[in-house]
Design a protein around this ligand. Structure first.
Ligand code: SAM
Ligand code: SF4
Ligand code: SF4
Length: 371
């Protein structure tokens, strides 16, 4: 395994300066990038730390006791996050997802959720606020998160077999505790709950059917994610990707499925319903079927850099503006200008990239900008 690990180039250190344009770009909610894609979805990473060491995300060989996480003073405060989020919402964002690292490790996260849930979209509607978590702290926190205004959660779970799951999280965390966290979230009313499973050929592919059987009819939507070449440390190889089409075939052979229409534009998951009407599954085919053409997602890193694509190597430093002299109008204009210049569509080009580019030697880590 270690012979496949690529030395980490610390992309957190480099950043693009976010400038305030000379002419203001008013926030009309109608912003488009160079490909006409609107800005609708903001993913905010609230910490770069995690209590798991999933090999596809934070392999132990890199994220060891000597790894330098961001110092606390570099992290955006809740007030800074909310101020930035308000400008994104004015530009048309309708959905905010909190992520990380493990977002529930950030102290007093409920306070941020309270602040964000007070924001209103350009149509004066509440935002859709959600959170992606490994579930380890959900039993402890579900009720407080709900009370603060969180609507739903997505829980990552890569298998039901305890040995397989403990090996994948690489910190020996038991599957029963994550299942208990999901139950706590359901009890607290944090639904509809989604469960995300990253599928790695040869590692947890034997968990596809047990996971489908377990969540069928439970009200939880299970989504299978293709293992992605994100970051620079996981030693990604195409032969470890199990295409979503194969996941659907395997499930369909035992539990017949019918394809469903997308529920929203820009949705990442393709939906399949059980033919007997007992719920649905989703597949997220970031590798085998690019969905860049309607990608409406922006990502704000833990230290306030705006990333326009999961596979970008650099982010635009908004923290410098927030901690500098910029007023809200200037901050909104800077965000508007950055989005208007966006032309990212990495997944559409993946197959034609040179091999060293497709192993991502210069990309930021998923644990730093969130999923
Ligand atoms: N710690 C939280 C969790 O695991 O849900 C939130 C952050 S995690 C980076 C967000 C999502 O990214 C998780 O569902 C995780 O499985 C997924 N992820 C991380 N690395 C990935 C990779 N190389 N390919 C596909 N999905 C990945
Ligand atoms: Fe942690 Fe989530 Fe990454 Fe796993 S996927 S190491 S739980 S941040
Ligand atoms: Fe969006 Fe980049 Fe993913 Fe394409 S590769 S869908 S642009 S995040």
């Amino acid at each position: 395994m270690s012979d496949r690990v690529i030395p980490l180039v610390d992309q957190r250190l480099s950043g693009l300066v976010a400038r305030v344009p000379e002419r203001a770009i008013p926030a009309t909610g109608l912003l488009g990038d160079t490909l006409g894609r609107p800005l609708r979805d903001l993913r905010i990473s609230v910490t770069d730390r995690c209590n798991f060491r999933c090999s596809y995300c934070m392999p132990k060989s890199i994220f060891d006791k000597d790894y330098q996480y961001l110092p606390h003073s570099d992290l955006l405060s809740f007030e800074e996050i909310t101020r930035i989020a308000r400008q994104f919402v004015a530009h048309g964002v309708q959905k905010i997802r909190l992520t990380g690292g493990e977002p529930l490790l950030r102290k007093h996260l409920e306070i941020l959720i309270e602040q964000l849930s007070a924001l209103r979209t350009t149509e004066d509607k509440p935002l859709d606020i959600t959170l992606t978590t490994n579930g380890s702290l959900l039993r402890k926190k579900a009720a407080a998160l709900k009370a603060a205004g969180l609507q739903r959660v997505t829980v990552s779970l890569d298998g039901l077999d305890d040995a397989v799951f403990r090996a994948m999280n690489d910190v020996d965390f038991p599957v029963a505790d994550v299942l208990d966290g999901i139950a706590a979230a359901q009890d607290a009313g944090l639904g509809p709950i989604k469960v995300n499973m990253v599928v790695k050929r040869g590692t947890n592919e034997d968990q596809i059917l047990p996971m489908a059987r377990h969540f069928k009819g439970s009200g939880v939507t299970l989504r299978f994610i293709e293992y992605m070449d994100v970051g620079a440390t996981n030693g990604w190889r195409m032969d470890e990707v199990l295409p979503s089409a194969e996941v659907v075939q395997r499930i369909h052979a035992e539990l017949p499925l019918v394809q469903l229409d997308p529920s929203a534009p820009g949705e990442t998951a393709e939906r399949w319903g059980y033919a007997d009407g007992t719920g649905e599954i989703g597949v997220i085919s970031s590798v085998t079927q690019a969905f860049c053409s309607d990608c409406n997602r922006a990502r704000l890193s833990t230290e306030g850099k705006l990333y326009l694509c999961l596979f970008a190597s650099q982010g635009h430093d908004l923290r410098a503006l927030v901690r500098g002299q910029a007023n809200d109008e200037q901050l909104a204009s800077a965000i508007g200008q950055i989005w208007q210049g966006r032309d990212d569509r990495y997944s559409e080009f993946r197959a034609s990239l040179p091999p060293d580019a497709s192993t991502g030697g210069r990309r930021v880590e998923m644990s730093y900008i969130g999923g």
